[in-house]
Write a protein that binds this ligand. Structure first.
Ligand code: BYC
Ligand code: FE
Ligand code: FE
Length: 480
């Protein structure tokens, strides 16, 4: 079977010829009901019977890969879809650079690869768990549909990883697949693996910020894994990235629409001081300084997802040709990093300094730098919206040392502009930088569901255009 055709002859749509791979098909079929169980208990609360206008992948070609239709989420056709195999692909980096890519897992890298897969896989269901209560307060049917689309796709990403685990790791893989359904976001006994995935997503502003900042870590990590010498992983990630683009869109446009509405309401009311928080909140919209605080929070949590700036794990992943750099094949160097160095920001004698480290151990720092650049572009577009309304306010990314729990800066208290504070100063000032209880309560007070087609809650502007080119009053979710 060609890798383009998606087969629907088993319960699990796929382009990996599952019907002739009985062992893996059986393992997946046994896992399926457990997944559905998990989805029904930990997935979107209260909307399992609703008909949602979702897109389902029907091809892995870049054009026309999706079809839109009403689906009840538990009936979504979560499939196993790998991007087409590239003829003659060679390993692009690391010790095995130039060799043919692997179609099986090299024994010496089995443990390392399994670890990478499990960490990646763990984030997917975690985000669904974090978002499970948002349906009750959606600002429109359009937004409701979008969060559900993101959720089913994160579910599919879990399937993607579980397939790799079950196909290439036998019994251990099956055990890991079970564990992926057992851990729970925020549960102190069985938490998810990475910090940001145990945080709450209490409101829609947080959701959009998460989709902008945290899904973007997903994009960067998937880009790095898409370079992998282990070809099935590379191909899986390449297809996941096509879905990730929509998650970025939901995040960026969601925050953008909130900013637009806030600025519009301020202009209409003749308020030109963005720091007159009380006056702005009276309008039933979210003031810009609070939006900045939420950005500070989600950005700093997401920076932690890159791990320590200097990491031997990262060097090992790269040397093993398992995890490359962002746009690896476009970089002009030896792709082995034998003698190369890379500047790493550190705190030395109370001051920030760049220190050259071996480029191999500095790979997390490098990926984080690429991430920061990518985030900055989105911030610029948000600022354009504010500028167009002539409001004197600029959103910005906080200093990379701000509010960190992992890496070089985890023991320091640093403000968004990079001033170093002592613990006492931080205690009295941190609510200036991060959302506090009062901010949370105010935002929560706005979170009332809007379920009439074509209507939007007061605190968010309608989107520029509909999903799948649908008109403004299209019923994206049919509630039952
Ligand atoms: N929280 O050398 P270090 C996505 C652990 S998001 C808790 O500093 P390393 C998505 C680390 O595991 C993308 N623990 O870091 C987004 C290690 O533990 P062990 C997910 C952390 O290993 C939205 C120890 O600390 N994919 O797809 O170089 C919605 C020392 O580690 C954290 C990946 O992350 C943390 N933040 O890099 C849905 C790709 N950071 O081994 C989905 C795969 C580090 O000592 N993962 N630790 O027990 C990796 O490449 C790496 O594991 C990391 C960490 C980049 C995460
Ligand atoms: Fe994902
Ligand atoms: Fe995502």
């Amino acid at each position: 079977m060609s890798s383009e055709a998606i087969s629907y002859d088993t319960l699990i749509p796929n382009n990996v010829d599952l019907s002739s791979d009985r062992r893996v098909l059986k393992a997946l079929e046994q896992w399926h009901p457990k997944y559905i169980d998990w989805w029904k208990t930990m997935g979107p609360e209260g909307f399992q019977e609703a008909s949602v206008y979702l897109r389902t992948a029907v091809s892995v070609e870049t054009v026309g890969w999706a079809k839109f239709d009403y689906v009840k989420m538990p009936d979504y056709r979560w499939g196993i879809l790998l991007a087409p195999q590239e003829e003659g692909r060679k390993i692009p980096f690391g010790e095995h650079k130039g060799e043919d890519v692997w179609q099986e897992v090299p024994g010496e890298y089995r443990a390392m690869l399994r670890r990478l897969l499990v960490i990646q896989g763990d984030t997917e269901p975690a985000s669904v768990e974090q978002q499970r209560f948002l349906g009750a307060t959606a600002p429109s049917l359009y937004d409701l549909r979008n969060v559900f689309q993101v959720n089913v796709e994160e579910g599919r990403h879990l399937w993607a990883i579980v397939y790799l685990l079950q196909k290439y790791f036998g019994r251990d893989g099956r055990e890991e697949a079970q564990e992926l359904l057992r851990r729970r976001s925020g549960d102190p006994d069985v938490p998810r693996m990475l910090g940001a995935f145990n945080e709450q997503t209490p409101d829609w502003l947080s959701f959009f910020m998460f989709a902008f900042f945290t899904d973007r870590d997903g994009k960067m990590q998937l880009e790095s894994l898409a370079q992998s010498g282990f070809d099935p992983l590379a191909r899986t990630c390449r297809f996941m990235l096509t879905e990730e683009a929509h998650h970025m869109f939901v995040g960026e446009s969601g925050v953008g629409r909130i900013i637009q509405r806030t600025c519009g309401a301020m202009t209409d009311a003749g308020i030109d001081d963005p720091f007159d928080i009380e006056a702005v909140r009276q309008l039933g919209v979210i003031d810009l300084p609070t939006i900045q605080k939420k950005a500070n929070l989600h950005y700093s949590l997401s920076l932690d997802l890159f791990g320590s700036e200097v990491s031997t794990n990262a060097a090992n992943f790269y040397n093993a040709s398992l995890k490359g750099r962002f746009k690896e094949t476009k970089i002009n160097d030896d792709h082995k990093l034998i003698k190369a160095t890379y500047p790493v920001l550190k705190m030395i004698d109370g001051k920030f300094k760049f220190v050259d480290e071996p480029a191999l151990t500095a790979l997390n720092m490098r990926l984080r730098d690429s991430y920061v650049d990518d985030c900055a572009k989105g911030i610029k577009r948000w600022n354009k919206i504010i500028e167009n309304k002539n409001i004197a306010f600029t959103l910005s990314l906080p200093h990379t040392a701000f509010n960190r729990k992992i890496g070089e800066f985890s023991n320091f208290s640093v403000t968004p502009v990079g001033e170093i504070l002592d613990t006492k100063q931080w205690q009295s000032l941190h609510t200036d930088f991060l959302p506090d209880t009062e901010d949370g309560e105010f935002i929560a007070s706005l979170m009332k569901p809007e379920t009439q087609a074509g209507k939007y809650a007061n605190w968010i502007a309608p989107p520029k255009s509909g999903i799948d080119n649908r008109e403004g009053d299209f019923e994206y979710v049919r509630l039952s």
